[in-house]
Design a protein around this ligand. Sequence first.
Ligand code: IMP
Ligand code: MG
Length: 181
Amino acid sequence: MNNDIKEILFSHTQIVEMATKVAKEIERDFKDNENPPVIVGLLVGAVPFVAEVIKHIDIPVEIEFLRVKSYVGDTSSGALKIYSHLVTPIKGRDVVVIDDIIDTGLSMKQIINMFVADGAKSVKVGCMLEKKARHEVVDFDINYVGSQVGNQFVVGFGLDYNELYRNLPYIGVLKESVYKK
Ligand code: IMP
Ligand code: MG
């Protein structure tokens, strides 16, 4: 698995620093809130990052996960499929949706629309990585960003290539030979 990686972009230590930064920003935004925010991690990719983030949040929060899928291979399919639902009623709640990476923003936009339609009081957005060069027009703010990343396909710490490499403890770039197999 490590042999398929061309370059490591973020070490495990750097990812923990990114998660801590995001955690402290969430804490700052919700510390005076009457009700705890609901942090919604998008399955499967956001699991390692959300798990790291919540360890560093020092105020009450609820944690939920939603199973979604948007990518096939290394290109965005644009269409998002939702395979599960939340247990917590979202009406009137402050929601913080967290994904592994935001590329075009099309997936996240659909999730935001869904929570707004469900009557959320507010919807904030976070991600481990933001691809700055994303090509679609995205009309929402990303409130919490671990780090920016260039327009290259990355794997590890939740990020997959065809469902593999999510268990790498770092984030890296795949060798081209892997795509050509
Ligand atoms: P978007 O709808 O284009 O923003 O795509 C977001 C989703 O695409 C993320 O949840 C990831 O699952 C996937 N994705 C985008 N870029 C990458 C990447 O470089 N590596 C792995 N998955 C990616
Ligand atoms: Mg994903």
